[in-house]
Design a protein around this ligand. Structure first.
Ligand code: CMP
Length: 139
């Protein structure tokens, strides 16, 4: 069911700061239902694959190192208009520009270490969900 699902990752910085619980609470309170969830760690290779679209960007190496630096929580979330509504909930990529009440405003420390990921389109939500989860892991 495309259009009502998105993929999130609670990133290594937020896991290290014990922010998993607080972030999941904000996600639930905003009306998202958890379809799939796992606590896992990306290898450098898998992090590079996930962010392959950014391969040519100057921050790609830093991004891959950071995303493979510790465990993450990956989850598929469901809600009407999931991709857009979740991006509103997480706030701007740069936390200094994120609005009050957003996850990044509360939990992110920099543009690189920005606490959470959210898919940027329905197409990428599907690709990213398939990257982390088999069909049998979705409920
Ligand atoms: P995310 O939404 O996961 O998607 C791409 C990520 O690249 C982004 O969050 C940031 O963590 C990271 N990113 C984007 N711009 C920069 C930047 N200028 N420097 C470092 N990391 C960046």
């Amino acid at each position: 069911m495309s259009g009502n699902r998105t993929l999130t990752m609670i990133k290594p910085d937020a896991v290290r700061k014990n922010s998993i619980g607080g972030i999941l609470q904000m996600i639930n309170e905003a009306g998202f239902r958890i379809i799939a969830m796992k606590y896992t760690k990306l290898s450098k290779e898998k992090a590079g694959e996930f962010y392959a679209v950014h391969k040519e960007r100057p921050f790609y190496g830093e991004l891959v190192d950071f995303m493979s630096s510790g465990p993450i929580v990956a989850a598929i979330l469901e809600k009407d208009n999931a991709v857009e509504d979740f991006r509103k909930l997480i706030g701007a990529t740069d936390p200094s520009k994120a609005e009050e009440g957003t996850i990044r405003k509360k939990y992110a420390s920099s543009i690189g270490e920005n606490a959470v990921h959210g898919s940027d389109s329905d197409e990428n939500a599907n690709i990213e969900s398939d990257f982390h989860f088999s069909k049998l892991e979705r409920f």
